[in-house]
Design a protein around this ligand. Structure first.
Ligand code: ADE
Ligand code: SF4
Length: 342
């Protein structure tokens, strides 16, 4: 069957390409370590490799084994995750480590069904662990894989349409069925999407599967998949109040259980959806010292930073610089704090 032959030829080309073209990343050594792979795969969801590289080794130094992570305080896990964003993933990883210790004797399970039953693990991560760590013939699909599949088949649909994603899983299954080494094939597909078959400035001249690529043949690589229509980001207005005591400590508070930046630490911050809080609302002698805009995937957050030493200390506490370095702090609040520490 021609499809089967094409799948075989694509997967062979990808596997031999990966053997020489793979980036040297700290979790890529053989045999793969299940715990390190779990941490790296969760960090890599929605975060660029360059950013993950800054956090991966410190995280493993702090929590060298799955037991260390399971026994850690959530606050320490969030602290080591500081700067990676999507902090819910850090709490899920922590819960996942606890479930693996309690239910699987500290061994990362092998089969997709047991993996998917763990907190924070979906079909993608389960496929990644089963194939890349244990070598099982399981497919995986992430955003990179959907895009590569769409180009190989010149499929012009919206990339995040559930129909397209389902179609990509079927195609990924076909490739993994035809492959020699399922884990290598899967990682090669993602690597191709990350380094060659990128969203923009596509490097088709370096592509190991160019001769199988229907978008390349049709000259449609730039328009497949079509650009995502951007959901309008909601605005949020924050007034962050820097309050410093006589020992140069900074007043800090912890966010609530839910929503944006849940349980992360911040200087006292007043939030509104409709307009910026005014100086009068903060305090008579509050002084505006900085303003900046912080963008997250779903929000445009407009920050005003105030200096004001008489704000209420209720449910808040003064922290020294070294204490602050150990708290979980979002990138936005890091920006607020640079106006204090600079
Ligand atoms: N993105 C997520 N996991 C990856 C991996 N193991 N290799 C390349 N890109 C990835
Ligand atoms: Fe992607 Fe170009 Fe390779 Fe096709 S030829 S898979 S568009 S890099």
């Amino acid at each position: 069957m021609a499809d089967r032959r094409r799948a075989k030829s694509i997967s062979t080309a990808l596997e031999s390409w990966f053997a020489h073209a793979a980036r040297d990343l700290p979790w890529r050594f053989e045999p793969r370590d299940p715990y390190m792979s779990l941490v790296s795969e969760l960090m890599l969801q929605q975060t660029q490799v360059s950013r993950v590289l800054e956090k991966f080794e410190p995280f493993l130094e702090r929590f060298p084994s799955i037991e260390d992570l399971a026994n850690a305080d959530e606050a320490d896990v969030l602290s080591e995750w500081s700067g990676l964003g999507y902090y819910r993933r850090a709490r899920m990883l922590h819960a996942c480590a606890q479930a693996i210790v309690e239910q699987h004797d500290g061994e990362v399970p092998r089969d997709v069904e047991s993996l998917c039953a763990l907190p924070g693990i979906g079909r993608y991560t389960a496929g990644a662990i089963a194939s890349m760590v244990y070598g099982d013939r399981e497919p995986l699909v992430d955003g990179n894989v959907v895009r590569v599949m769409q180009r190989l088949h010149n499929n012009p649909d919206q990339q995040n349409d559930p129909k397209t994603v389902k179609w990509a899983w079927e195609n990924a299954t076909e490739l993994v069925e035809a492959s020699e080494e399922p884990g290598v094939l899967n990682e090669a597909l993602m690597e191709l999407g990350a380094t060659v078959c990128t969203p923009k400035r596509i490097r088709c001249d370096q592509c190991p599967v160019q001769k199988h690529c229907k978008a390349f043949d049709a000259g449609t690589t730039e328009s497949v998949p079509p650009p995502k229509p951007r959901a309008k980001r909601k605005e949020l207005f924050c007034a962050s109040v820097v309050c410093i005591d006589s020992k140069d400590r900074v007043l800090m508070e912890q966010r609530g259980e839910d929503g944006l930046w849940a349980r992360m630490w911040q200087v006292p911050t007043i939030e509104r959806e409709d307009r910026a809080p005014t100086t009068e609302e903060i305090g008579d002698t509050a002084e505006l010292i900085d303003s900046f805009v912080h963008q997250t995937t779903h929000r445009i957050v407009r920050f005003d930073v105030y200096r004001f030493d008489e704000i209420s200390t209720r449910d808040r506490s003064f922290k020294s610089r070294s204490q602050i370095d150990r708290l979980g702090i979002s990138n936005a609040q890091m920006k607020v704090l640079t106006s204090v520490f600079e």
